[in-house]
Design a protein around this ligand. Structure first.
Ligand code: FE2
Ligand code: FE2
Length: 284
């Protein structure tokens, strides 16, 4: 069981909202209306950990170990939202979103294959880590810069924990896990899709299609791409860090060398062929 050790590690890295954020250093002249608006939207986006946690618990009823970890993950993601809300409450109360705006990002996700969700969120954490590093550099006000540093570090830790559960999944059933991880890895490193490949941008409820992404539930669904492209300027070099992070981790995990999405694609094609051959050998 991974949960007890993960609990210890995350407990020892935990920061306090009261004591580890230098609230007294706030400098009003160093924050703009545009930046405050971004903090507001980001707080709502982080609140979407709620439906994601509900999805994880529902789809992992067979896996008490992973479900136990989700209690920590959910707590920390809600804390991210709360830290951003607290910033607004203290320094720009007119930007605090109303409860209705927060509630709107909580909607039911369709059931999804657990291993694919695991990989999807592993990639999501890698991406968020880079988004928040980039946001920290773009921000000019020291308190919010500090908050984004804390958030970025938490997201990196979350990715490392998901990685541990991915390793465990490979030990249990290598081919099944490798197929799921490579499938999502290809999707999440496909630059040609030309949009931010993050779980909040994916369709998750067929009955609400096409407006069934978390991002669609934000009061301003256009904000995220504007924030990434025009404001924090999450450009090619940042995008490469995400891709390298995902491909590097998969290389390590699947004991292969994936320098590009195409290499991962080739690996997957071969894996499909091999698993089909194995099946034929067993069933004739
Ligand atoms: Fe977060
Ligand atoms: Fe996270």
């Amino acid at each position: 069981m991974l949960y007890p050790d993960i609990f210890k590690k995350l407990e020892s890295a935990r920061w306090s909202m009261m004591h580890d954020i230098p609230w007294h250093q706030f400098t009003a002249a160093k924050i703009s209306e545009q930046q405050l608006y971004g903090i507001r939207m980001n707080a709502i986006l982080e609140w979407s950990a709620m439906p994601t946690a509900e999805m994880f618990l529902r789809d992992n009823q067979h896996d008490a170990d992973f479900a136990a970890f989700i209690s920590i993950w959910f707590f920390e993601e809600q804390k991210h939202s709360l830290a951003l809300l607290e910033y607004l409450r203290r320094f720009a109360p007119h930007y605090v979103p109303c409860e209705k705006d927060l509630a709107k990002v909580r909607f039911t996700f369709d059931p999804a294959p657990p291993l694919e969700s695991l990989m999807l969120h592993f990639c999501g954490e890698i991406r968020l880590n880079q988004w928040y590093r980039c946001a920290r550099n773009w921000h000019t006000e020291p308190v919010i810069q500090h908050i984004y540093t804390l958030l970025a570090n938490d997201e990196a830790r979350h990715a490392r924990v998901y990685f541990e559960y991915m390793k465990r999944a490979l030990q249990k059933d290598h081919d099944k896990a490798a197929l799921a991880f490579s499938k999502i890895g290809i999707l999440m490193t496909n630059a040609r899709l030309n949009k931010a490949m993050h779980p909040t941008n994916l369709h998750v409820n067929q009955s609400l299609y096409p407006k069934d992404t978390v991002n669609d539930q934000l009061p301003d669904p256009t904000w995220l791409s504007r924030w990434l492209n025009d404001e924090i300027c999450f450009d090619e070099p940042w995008e490469k860090k995400v891709t390298h992070g995902i491909l590097g981790s998969l290389s390590n995990l699947l004991m292969n060398r994936f320098e590009s999405m195409q290499a991962l694609h080739q690996y997957r094609k071969l894996l499909i062929k091999n698993t089909e051959q194995k099946k034929e050998a067993v069933y004739g």
